[in-house]
Design a protein around this ligand. Structure first.
Ligand SMILES: *Cc1c(COP(=O)(O)O)cnc(C)c1O
Length: 422
C-alpha cells in the first residue's frame, strides 16, 4: 500500500454540488434507521463494502476476465477480481466462480444462455408458489423465450412436491431444471433434484439468491456439491453490494464465462466486483457464521410470534431467513397489511401464498425476513416484540394507532441502531 490518500465517498461534496440528491440520500438513511426493515431480500451492507462501492474502481472499463481484458490499465482491477474469485471458491467449495453478473436476474440470464437455446424446455417453480420472475414468468425473458414447465408445492403440506417434479421431468424431458425461490421458507432437497435431473439428463441450476448467505455462514446445507450451476444475488442475506454471482463445475466454466461476457453483458462493474470480494471476506468469519445462525433463529421466533397473534406461517414455520404469513385467518389481504405496517414504520411486503384465492396485486399474505434486523443485533426477544407490533399495526383499521406503534418501533430500533452514528 502506498501513501495515496483514499479518494472516496465525501458526503460534503455531494451536499455542496447536488443538495437535492444529497437530501434524498440522508432521508433514505433516516428511513432505514427509524423503522423496522423486514423485507426478506434486504440487508445492511458494512461500511467497508460501501467504501469499495463508492471508489474510483467505478471508472474502469474491464471487458473480459483477469489477464484477458479488452482494455489496458486493468492490472489493479484484475487483482481485485482474482481475490474475489479465490474467496468465492474457498468459501463455497466451488470449482469456478464468476463475479461479474450485474444482478441476480443477469446471473440467471447467463445461466440460461450457457445451457439452453430459445424454445427449449426448462422446468422451474411457479411464481405463485414462490418462484422468481426469471423462472418462467410470461412477462420475463424466461417465459417469452423458453418452453417453461412449472412445478409447485402440495396444497396440504405447502412443501415442494418432489413426486410431481419427477413426473413432470419424465414427461417433458427438460434441458434444464431450476430450483430455488423467492418466497419458500423451507430447505430444498438438492439431492432429490440431482437425482431427478440425472434421470432425465438435465442440467441442474440452483438459484440460491435468497439463501446463499445462510450457506456461506454454514447455517444450512450447500447446493454446490449437487448443482451444475449455482446463481445468486450478493445483496440479500449475504450482505454484499447489489449484484450477482455464479458458481459452477470446472466443466462448465468456459460456457458460463462466455455467457456472462460477451453474450449477456458488456463491461463489468469493477467497484461492485471489489465490493463483492470484501463481502466474501466478511462472510468467511466466525462472526458472520454466528450471524447466519441467528438470522434463522430470529425468523423462527418471528414466525412463532405471528402464529401466536393468529397469523399462520405457510408450511407451519421456517428453516431459513424468511416466513410467509397467511392472513386469511384474520380476514386481511396482504396489500392492506403492508400499507398499515408502512404507516407504523414497519417495512414488509405483501405476497401471494400457494393456492391463493386473491390476485397478486392483493395477495393473501405477507413475507417477512430477518437479515436486516439481525445485522442490527436483534435477537429472539426482539422478534416477539416485532410480532406484537405487526399484530397491532395490521389490526389498526382507522389508522389511529399508527403513531403510537411507530413510537414503540422507534424505541426498539434506538436500542439496536442500523448504521450507528460515530
Ligand atoms: C432476488 C432474486 C433474483 C433476482 O435478483 P435481482 O438482483 O433483483 O435481479 C433471482 N432469483 C431469485 C430466486 C431471487 O430471489
Amino acid at each position: 500500500m502506498n501513501s495515496t490518500p483514499f479518494w472516496g465517498p465525501d458526503f460534503d461534496e455531494l451536499a455542496a454540488e447536488d443538495p437535492e440528491i444529497a437530501s434524498i440520500v440522508l432521508s433514505e438513511l433516516d428511513r432505514l434507521r427509524s423503522g423496522i426493515q423486514l423485507i426478506a431480500s434486504e440487508n445492511f451492507t458494512s461500511p467497508a463494502v460501501l467504501a469499495a462501492l463508492g471508489s474510483t474502481l467505478s471508472n474502469k472499463y474491464a471487458e473480459g476476465y483477469p489477464g484477458k481484458r479488452y482494455y489496458g490499465g486493468c492490472a489493479e482491477v484484475d487483482r481485485a477480481e482474482i481475490i474475489g474469485i479465490d474467496r468465492a471458491k474457498a468459501l463455497f467449495g466451488a470449482e469456478h466462480a464468476n463475479l461479474q453478473p450485474h444482478s441476480g436476474a443477469s446471473a440467471n440470464i447467463a445461466a440460461y444462455g450457457a445451457f439452453v437455446k430459445p424454445g427449449e424446455t426448462v422446468m422451474a417453480m411457479s411464481l405463485p408458489h414462490g418462484g422468481h420472475l426469471t423462472h418462467g414468468s410470461k412477462v420475463n425473458f424466461s417465459g417469452k423465450w423458453f418452453n417453461i414447465v412449472s412445478y409447485g408445492v402440495r396444497e396440504d403440506t405447502e412443501l415442494i412436491d418432489y413426486d410431481n417434479v419427477r413426473e413432470l421431468a419424465r414427461e417433458h424431458r427438460p434441458k434444464m431444471i431450476i430450483t430455488g425461490a423467492t418466497a419458500y421458507p423451507r430447505l430444498i432437497d438438492f439431492a432429490a433434484f440431482r437425482e431427478i435431473a440425472d434421470e432425465v439428463g438435465a442440467i441442474l441450476m440452483v438459484d440460491a439468491a435468497h439463501f446463499i448467505g445462510l450457506v456461506a455462514g454454514k447455517a444450512i446445507p450447500s447446493p454446490v456439491p449437487f448443482a451444475d450451476v449455482v446463481t445468486f444475488t450478493t445483496h440479500k442475506v449475504l450482505r454484499g453490494p447489489r449484484g450477482g454471482m455464479i458458481l459452477c463445475r470446472e466443466e462448465h466454466a468456459a460456457a458460463i464465462d462466455k455467457a456472462v461476457f460477451p453474450m449477456m453483458q458488456g463491461g463489468p462493474l469493477m467497484h461492485a466486483v471489489a465490493a463483492k470480494a470484501v463481502a466474501l471476506k466478511e462472510a468467511a468469519t466466525p462472526e458472520y457464521q454466528a450471524y447466519a445462525s441467528q438470522v434463522i433463529v430470529n425468523a423462527q421466533a418471528l414466525a412463532a410470534g405471528l402464529a401466536d397473534e393468529g397469523m399462520r406461517p405457510v408450511s407451519g414455520g421456517t428453516d431459513t431467513h424468511l416466513a410467509l404469513i397467511d392472513l386469511q385467518g384474520i380476514g386481511l389481504t396482504g396489500d392492506v397489511a403492508e400499507m398499515r405496517c408502512d404507516a407504523a414504520r414497519i417495512t414488509l411486503n405483501k405476497n401471494s401464498i400457494p393456492y391463493d384465492p386473491q390476485p397478486p396485486s392483493k395477495g393473501s399474505g405477507i413475507r417477512v425476513g430477518t437479515p436486516a434486523v439481525t445485522t442490527q443485533g436483534m435477537t429472539e426477544g426482539d422478534m416477539a416484540t416485532i410480532a406484537s407490533l405487526i399484530s397491532r399495526a395490521v389490526r389498526d383499521e382507522d389508522g389511529t394507532q399508527a403513531a403510537a406503534i411507530a413510537d414503540d418501533v422507534s424505541s426498539l430500533v434506538t436500542r439496536h441502531p442500523a448504521y450507528p452514528r460515530g
